[in-house]
Design a protein around this ligand. Structure first.
Ligand code: NAP
Ligand code: MG
Length: 397
């Protein structure tokens, strides 16, 4: 390796898996160069969460990071970890510093069939993670009156529109987005489509929302113009359609494309798509910034329930697949950026060794009931990782 990978350690069961993955599947094979940031809750509290900001800055500086799942503190965690403050979600902090879009892709295998039987390839969901209903203002209206939407420009300009003349009680909501955020969302999507050589779909409801959603469509069109040549060269397409038409087409499709969604659509549709593909433990996640920086992680959390069992000395069978794929994704990206063929080859071999293991019917407990056409053998996390190592050694020999 020539440039360090930004390594962000995390919490609970995934922190245990993290070390096992590094010791068994990475360090014996790669002359690993990392800049290490401990984003475990203890360290975040010790540093007043500065460590998270530093890690995000490092991702921007070096261009590729790999992150372990981390606890987002709540009231219960405040007492459990005796925290000085209820620190914000590390993912939220990293996302706002890197200004990126999150792409979630299922890891698919032939023995786990998606609920939607015609899906042959993974569907990646790109969710815009800024604004709309997640940053709204809303009012409960108690009786008759007029609700308006008002804008006072710094230049003295004034715009207003009536939302509703209420005859009785009701509710009203105001929300926003910015051209800047929509544009960087669009850039990240086109960039990721080019990187992964997949078609890009985008959907809104611009027939109904003729200004708000229409702005999203306009900006995507403008940004597409900048990437059109590359799309043509790669033989991939950009396809815009209404959200309801998109939903129908996604279900009928064979998969194998990226579906860019507005914030709410992405929230809802990513749960549908991930469940239909099988398991949260088999879902990867990558944050892509509009200027081409990448942060890889698993889509699941720290698997607290398993960790408490582990602490009591019980054997756990937590699935490390998504975390391993975060490492392989990050190492491959580092390899591509630095022109290191060997590193790319290793990333491919690591993923292939994982598929070999699952193909041999060796699985963690969460997958047992999902497997079809084979009699799976459930093992614990350490045995699963050892089985992958055995197959990785064969592939690397
Ligand atoms: P979770 O850690 O994703 O786990 C929820 C349940 O899903 C688990 O109890 C387990 O089900 C199953 N599961 C998830 N990943 C699995 C794996 N790799 N192997 C096997 N089973 C798996 O979600 P959570 O319990 O709601 O959250 C726990 C902590 O994670 C919270 O503190 C939250 O803040 C944090 N979190 C972090 C991230 C992130 O860093 N990206 C994302 C989400 C949540 P069974 O118990 O039925 O086996
Ligand atoms: Mg959701």
């Amino acid at each position: 390796m020539t440039t360090p990978l930004v390594e962000m350690d995390g919490d609970e069961m995934t922190r245990i898996l993290w070390k096992m993955i590094k010791d068994e599947l990475i360090l014996p094979f790669v002359d690993l160069k990392v800049e290490y940031y401990d984003l475990g809750l203890v360290k975040r509290d010790e540093t007043s969460d500065k460590i998270t900001v530093e890690a995000a800055e490092a991702c921007k500086k070096y261009g590729v990071g790999v992150k372990c799942a981390t606890i987002t503190p709540n009231a219960q965690r405040m007492t459990e970890y005796k925290l000085h403050q209820m620190w914000k979600s590390p993912n939220g902090t990293i996302r706002s510093i890197m200004d990126g879009t999150v792409f979630r892709t299922p890891i698919t295998i032939p023995t786990i069939h998606p609920v939607v039987k015609n899906w042959e390839k993974p569907i990646t969901i790109a969710r815009h993670a800024y604004g709309d209903v997640y940053k709204n203002s809303e009012l409960r209206i108690e009786g008759p009156g007029v609700a308006k939407i008002v804008f006072d420009g710094e230049d003295g300009s004034h715009q207003e529109a009536v939302i509703q003349e209420f005859k009785g009680a009701g509710v009203v909501q105001g929300m926003h987005n910015t051209d800047k955020s929509i544009r960087s969302f669009a850039h990240s999507c086109f960039k990721y489509a080019i990187d992964t050589k997949q078609d890009l779909w985008f959907s809104t409801k611009d027939t109904i929302s003729k200004t708000y959603d229409a702005r999203f469509r306009e900006i995507f069109n403008e940004v597409y113009a900048e990437h059109e040549e590359k799309f043509k060269e790669l033989g991939i397409t950009y396809f815009y359609t209404l959200i309801d038409d998109a939903v129908a087409r996604v279900i009928r499709s064979k998969g194998g494309f990226i579906w860019a969604c507005k914030n709410y659509d992405g929230d809802v549709m990513s749960d549908m798509v991930s469940t239909a593909f099988g398991s949260l433990a088999m879902m990867t996640s990558v944050l892509v910034s509009p200027d081409g920086n990448y942060e890889y992680e698993a889509a699941h959390g720290t698997v607290t329930r398993h960790y408490y069992k582990y602490l009591q000395g019980e054997e756990t069978s937590t699935n490390p697949m998504a975390t391993i794929f975060a490492w392989s994704g990050a190492l491959r990206q580092r390899g591509v950026k630095d022109g290191l063929e060997g590193l790319v080859r290793f990333a491919d071999a690591l993923e292939a060794a994982c598929f070999d293991t699952l193909g041999d019917g060796i699985v963690t407990k969460d997958l047992v009931n999902l497997m079809e056409g084979v009699t799976p053998k459930a093992v614990n996390s350490a045995q699963f990782i050892a089985a992958i190592r055995e197959r990785l050694e064969k592939r690397m020999a």
